[in-house]
Design a binder for this molecule. Sequence first.
Ligand code: SF4
Length: 266
Amino acid sequence: MKGLIFSVKRYAIHDGPGIRVTFFMKGCPLDCWWCHNPEGKAAGQVTTERIERIGEREFRSEELVGMEYTPGEVLAKAERDRVFMEHSGGGVTFSGGEPLMQPQFLVEALSLLRSAGFHTTVDTSGYAPPDVMRSVLEYTNLFLYDIKLLDPHAHRKFTGVDNRLIISNLDMLLEEGAEVVLRIPVIPGVTAEREFMEQLRQFIESRRGGRISGISLLPYHKTGSSKYRRFGLPDRMERYSQVSNGHLDDYMEILQPLGIHVRKGG
Ligand code: SF4
C-alpha cells in the first residue's frame, strides 16, 4: 500500500511540540476558500508549471505534484531525523490535504512509526467516516483538529461541507480519551469576530471533560495567494485582509478563561 504525499517538511513550531517531520498527504474532501495548500486538494498527482526567475529572464518547467511513499519509506525518512525529534520532544505529523482520505496507508504508517517509538500526530479537518477516524486512534498520540466555523450553513458556504460530522467525530475522539489540540482559522469577515470567539469558548467549555490540551489560532495570511496564481486557480480570498496582531490578542483573551493553553499559529 502506497500513500500519495505532496510535500515533506521538517520544522519546529515556536512554543510548540518540538521538531516535527510532517508528511502532507494528497486529497481533501473540503474546499476551504482560504486553503494555503491548493496543490494538496486533488486526490491524484497533478502537473504544474514551475517558474524560476533570474533578473529579467524566466525559466519554465513542468513539475509533478505528488510522490508515492510506502509506509516503510515514511519510517526510513523519519529515522533520518530521529535524533532531532527525540532531543526536542517532537515527532511525526501527517497533514494535508486530509490524511484520513488515505486510511489504509495512514494506519500502516502510523503503526510502524509507533512501534519504532515515534510520537505521532494526525492533523485533520475531522471530515471522515467515523470508522476511519476510529481506525487511527490507537496509533495516534495527538490530533490537531480543525474547527473552522460553528454555524453549519456558513461552514458549508466557506468549506463546501456541513460541519455536523466534524463535530460528532470530535466528540467521539474526546469520549475515547484522545488528546486533541483545536486549530481555529482566524479570518477577517469570517471567524475573526468577538461573537464567533465567544461562541467558540462556549463550545469548548461544554467539552471540558475531554483532553483538549491546546487551542491554536491560525491567522489568515496572504502567503498562499501566489500559489493560486501559480496553479491558475481563482483566489476567493482576494478581497479579504489579514488579521492584525492586536485583534489576535483580543481573541486569545476571550479564550483564556478556559484555562487551556492558547497559542498564535502552529
Ligand atoms: S481542510 Fe485544509 S487542506 Fe482541506 S481545503 Fe480546507 S484548508 Fe485546504
